[in-house]
Write a protein of this length. Structure first.
Ligand code: ATP
Length: 549
């Protein structure tokens, strides 16, 4: 039921006191003012009053006498008024306690007494309390009916944007280059803001960039950070990495590219559901977090990181309450991406009774939401220790796909070297006559068999430090030297890698497509040359089913 219909029902049923929690006073007042005159909706039209501590009562925008500015006098006025009326009271929460204030007992008493008077009054009279706070004093909990006032719909926000475009269209100093799809993206990015906040965000984008285009999304997303910060358990991640900053992992990239416009209306009209999410698992340091971050810039959606540690920390509230708050925030600002990093961390205690079932309850809440969510919140969960993940999480329907990110293949290592060298060799001093060509990349990739992406990045940085300390430009020799001195993680953890590959072969799809998996890569022997473990041919033991997208 929509807000207007719900309020009309309460007015007609003569509910004496209604409580609406909102920051959007003006929007609510404007809707209620129209409702008060609608014979069709409420049968008996009513005089519409608003009240605040500074203005007292206002009837149809005209200020009332000064004496009405105290809350007790205001309640007296309501009691004695003889005609059908709706009284919207703005500042009463200030006298009702909550948010470290002390309640005024005489006002609470007066409200309770008034309740009986309103119910018996021959003329229908209703009182609506508007407050930014949810607090209702214990004594009044049976007298007040709480009504939800939702955030503006997509249509509301789009109308604000349209108006702003129309007003500025003829201004020669402002350039507006929005296609109708861009407009949709911009309006969707503002979901979760109040109308005023959305208007402010569009206006800010307009003045800072001298116009509106797809890049104005940044200003709108910036406005949203405020909401996210207040939850305490969600973090807004500025989406710096682009998908082109990720080397290899073409299978995931293709999957994501195909779903780029999946949350636009055109996809829904085509008959497509919005994607639920992905679980990325695999060898640490091979780009899982990087992929999670780059989806945001690819899809032009805000990225929220959910810190499982904070959910359970007890610093900001109860664990289940924290998760519910995080989910509600993500839904309010959807479409968005919710990144749950190291999801296994929060779920590892599920089987143990050590935390009196808190982990199980939190996990249950998460699973149910993932299964049933109707709002376009794309969940990207990353996990290193997959063995500890509960099987329920992996069941079909929770995630659209589970991808396994393995040690990079030769082709992927070449890509990763290319990305990190190109990113850093921007000054002529550092670059000198270093050539980032096929031959060099191939040589470096051959020497870094079984290295992870993070190690390749570190090799590039360490080699540059070598060159910098000797005040010269980078050479291939610098890189070769650092490589020779690096012991890759895969060497010390080959047993774990072998295990997670076995796991992934059954349950996950390889992030690397078949064509990039060719070539002979070996998993190093455990504990060096003394081990009885033979070298393993990665091309036959690489983890993840080869399903190409
Ligand atoms: P962890 O689980 O330990 O957090 P991860 O798989 O999430 O590991 P990232 O944090 O994405 O790994 O990788 C660490 C860093 O290594 C990245 O910031 C990036 O600079 C580099 N890196 C890793 N993999 C790649 C890749 N495929 N392409 C480019 N850079 C990479």
């Amino acid at each position: 039921m929509n807000f207007n219909q719900e309020m009309a029902n309460y007015f007609r049923a003569r509910f004496p006191f209604l409580h609406i929690t909102t920051w959007e006073e003006e929007r609510v007042i404007s809707e209620l003012r129209t409702l008060a005159q609608s014979e069709e909706m409420i049968k008996t039209p009513r005089t519409f009053f608003t009240w605040s501590v500074t203005e007292g009562f206002k009837r149809n925008e005209e200020s009332g006498p000064d004496a009405m500015k105290t809350p007790v006098k205001a309640l007296d006025f309501i009691e004695k008024y003889k005609e059908p009326a709706i009284f919207v009271l703005k500042d009463f929460h200030v006298f009702l306690g909550g948010e470290n204030r002390t309640a005024d007992p005489s006002i609470i008493r007066k409200i309770r007494d008034l309740s009986v008077v309103l119910e018996k009054s021959p003329a229908p009279k209703n009182v609506v309390f508007l407050s930014p706070s949810e607090h209702i004093p214990f004594d009044l909990q049976k007298d007040l009916t709480v009504v939800e006032y939702g955030l503006p719909t997509f249509e509301d926000i789009k109308e604000v944007l349209r108006k702003m475009i129309d007003v500025n269209r003829s201004n020669s100093r402002i350039t507006i280059t929005l296609t109708s799809e861009d407009e949709e993206r911009l309006a969707k990015a503002a979901m979760g803001l109040t109308l005023q906040e959305a208007e402010n965000a569009f206006a800010l984008a307009l003045v800072t960039r001298g116009g509106l285009d797809l890049n104005s999304l940044e200003s709108v997303l910036h406005e949203k950070q405020q909401i996210i910060k207040k939850t305490g358990v969600l973090e807004y991640i500025k989406s710096e990495p682009r998908i082109s900053d990720v080397g290899g992992l073409e299978n995931i990239k293709r999957w994501l590219k195909k779903r780029n416009r999946s949350w636009l209306d055109s996809a829904a009209e085509y008959g497509l559901p919005s994607p639920k999410g992905l679980l990325l698992t695999g060898v640490p340091g091979c780009g899982k977090s990087l992929i999670a971050k780059s989806i945001s810039s690819m899809w032009h959606l805000p990225l929220l990181k959910l810190d499982m540690g904070k959910i359970f920390s007890g610093i900001v509230g109860s664990s289940e309450g924290n998760l519910r708050k995080a989910i509600a925030t993500a839904e309010a600002i959807s479409p968005c991406i919710l990144w749950i990093d190291e999801i296994e961390k929060g779920l590892s205690g599920i089987d143990s009774s050590g935390d009196s079932g808190t982990s199980s309850r939190v996990f249950g809440t998460l699973l149910t939401w993932m299964q049933e969510k109707s709002k376009p919140v794309f969940v990207i969960a990353t996990a290193n220790n997959i063995q500890s993940l509960p099987p329920e999480l992996l069941r079909k329907g929770r995630f659209d796909e589970i991808f396994f990110v393995d040690l990079p293949t030769k082709k992927e290592r070449m890509d990763i070297f290319n990305i990190h060298l190109s990113k850093r060799l921007t000054s002529p001093k550092a670059r000198g006559d270093f050539q980032i060509d096929e031959e060099t990349l191939s040589l470096l990739a051959d020497r870094t068999e079984t290295f992870i992406g993070a190690e390749i990045e570190q090799i590039c940085i360490a080699a540059l430090f070598e060159a910098f300390s000797e005040e010269r430009s980078l050479t291939v020799n610098d890189l070769k030297k650092v490589i020779a001195n690096t012991v890759p993680l895969s060497k010390t953890q080959s047993e774990q890698i072998r295990k997670i590959r076995e796991w992934a072969n059954l349950r996950a799809v390889a992030a690397t497509p078949q064509e990039d998996r060719a070539g002979y890569d070996k998993l190093p022997k455990i504990n060096g040359a003394d081990s009885a473990e033979p070298d393993q041919d990665i091309s036959s033991t690489r983890g993840g089913r080869s399903l190409d997208f």
